[in-house]
Design a binder for this molecule. Structure first.
Ligand SMILES: NC(=O)c1ccc[n+]([C@@H]2O[C@H](COP(=O)([O-])OP(=O)(O)OC[C@H]3O[C@@H](n4cnc5c(N)ncnc54)[C@H](O)[C@@H]3O)[C@@H](O)[C@H]2O)c1
Length: 456
């Protein structure tokens, strides 16, 4: 009896140990003949000729925005719905721009666009299921690609993008506009100035009640993604800006994550409301939380919630050894107040908090190197989430025209997107920790710190 008890205890202990050990996620060997594309530069392009695929809510606006970017010209338009191509064509005409070539009417009409010789960049704004096939086909036909968020939702697709970008040596950019929000840009500059000491923890999120939008997505694709999949389905708005602050794959890397979600309390009822029939198998929890630990011992919290009535928030909090910044619910900064020459240890507990306007004024001392007063004014005029979308497009075209490395490279894309499949893996395995693959395959600390590239 005693022996049996000991045996059961031993088995339970082994099971418990195995359960707390991170799930290993293999890193596939780099195919022969390709090298990493960190800091990739390509021949400068005087004019960047762009084909936009997917002209729904997001793509239609992109066509207009790109028309204001110096050196960018939209030369091709594609949507499966012909009226959407016509609408964007009319928008170009209204702005006095030449007509673009049109591709429509078939699910794979985008192939002919990617094959077009006189095209440099394929800008992808489709539903999620088309992002990767279009991006791979475009790179394989010699085009740079810019893909809306999240670029990919499975590890297989993420590795396919990394491998294709490395093999073709084409830029594979993710259109993470939140990295270009004015608050995030200034906070990054502030952190890089050392004003909050060493950043040690950051939080990011996508907390957005999508009730008014569900039926506006073409063919209801977004609800269907939530019906089918658990995990954080939209991590990149929250993660992108904080990964730049924490120098991910520029001296540090995400090493392990663990995720947890709620039941789909509202999710299940949503399909009942929209389709008149309850969905008992609705997969995505209403709220998903993912905690990530980095190689250097820092932490990141990412949240996703699109199902409950709550104020919009991307959290965006950065905790440093000597200060703090947060964007939501109201802008807030906090600094330890050092007196000149004072030992910082003597100022513990003596900090000053800045809220709202005071925080904005204090943050204005830290100017992002990519902003000029003219660019900021034009971005606010052209718009796109208050101007950040325009700054994103402007920077991408500026880098392409000057043959510079991109602000957001294919490894950023991979790291920010991998939270979707890895959070799912953790949740579906009883919230077990999961290893985060090193998508650079050994080069994550080759570069020191995040920085922007500029022409000489
Ligand atoms: N960065 C942001 O702030 C932001 C905001 C909203 C959406 N998004 C992303 O933008 C993308 C598009 O979202 P949306 O809101 O515009 O959705 P949407 O449904 O309004 O637009 C998708 C478009 O893709 C088209 N499409 C579908 N299949 C196609 C095919 N085979 N060939 C060509 N076109 C096809 C549809 O007809 C539709 O016009 C998504 O990836 C979404 O996550 C990003």
């Amino acid at each position: 009896m005693k022996r049996l008890f000991l045996l059961i205890t031993a088995v339970l202990l082994v099971a418990a140990c195995n359960n707390s050990r991170p799930i290993k996620v293999p890193v596939p060997a780099r195919p022969a003949g390709q090298v990493n594309v960190l800091g990739l530069t390509c021949d400068p392009l005087e004019t960047v000729r762009i084909g936009v695929v997917g002209l729904g809510m997001r793509g239609e606006d992109a066509v207009v925005r790109l028309s204001y970017v110096p050196g960018a010209v939209v030369t091709a338009l594609c949507d499966i719905v012909p009226e959407r191509v016509t609408a964007s064509q009319q928008a170009l005409a209204g702005l006095g721009k030449p007509a673009a070539r049109e591709y429509t009417g078939a699910d794979d009409a985008w192939k002919a666009l990617c094959e077009q010789e006189d095209l440099d960049l394929v800008y992808i704004c489709t539903d999620w299921s088309h992002h990767v096939p279009v991006a791979l086909y475009a790179m394989n036909h010699g085009k740079h690609v810019a893909v809306e968020v999240p670029a990919a939702g499975t590890l297989e697709d993420i590795w396919a993008l990394v491998n294709t970008a490395e093999r073709t040596r084409k830029h594979c950019i993710m259109l993470e506009n939140c990295c270009y929000d004015f608050f995030e840009l200034s906070t990054l500059a502030m952190v890089q100035s050392g004003a909050i000491g060493e950043p040690i923890h950051a939080e990011g999120a996508y907390l957005h009640n999508l009730d008014p939008y569900w039926t506006r997505y073409q063919g209801n694709w977004r609800l269907q993604e939530n019906q089918k999949h658990r995990g954080d389905l939209y991590p990149t708005h929250g993660l992108g800006p904080v990964c730049q602050v924490l120098n991910i794959h520029r001296g540090d890397r995400m090493k392990t994550l663990v995720a947890m979600d709620t039941e789909p309390f509202n999710g299940g009822r949503l399909s009942e409301r929209l389709y008149d029939k309850p969905d008992e198998t609705f997969a995505a929890g209403d709220q998903t939380c993912t905690l990530i630990r980095t190689e250097k011992g820092k932490t990141i919290l990412v949240e996703h919630c699109v199902m409950t009535p709550r104020p919009y928030s991307r959290l965006y909090q950065v905790v440093g050894t000597d200060g703090y910044a947060a964007k939501y619910p109201v802008p807030m900064l906090c600094f330890r107040e050092f007196k000149e020459g004072q030992d910082p240890a003597h100022s513990l507990g003596k900090e000053k908090v800045y809220r709202n306007e005071l925080a904005r004024e204090r943050l204005a001392q830290y100017q992002s190197p990519i902003l000029t007063p003219e660019l900021e004014a034009l971005a606010k005029e052209v718009g796109g989430h208050g101007g950040m979308d325009y700054i994103m497009d402007y920077r991408m075209i500026y880098c392409l025209r000057n043959g510079l490395p991109m602000d957001i490279d294919v490894y950023d894309l991979a790291e920010w997107c991998c939270v979707t499949p890895l959070s799912r893996l953790s949740i579906e395995n009883g919230n077990r920790p999961v290893e985060v693959p090193d998508f650079t395959r050994g080069a994550w600390n080759q570069k020191e710190g995040f920085s922007y590239a500029f022409a000489e």
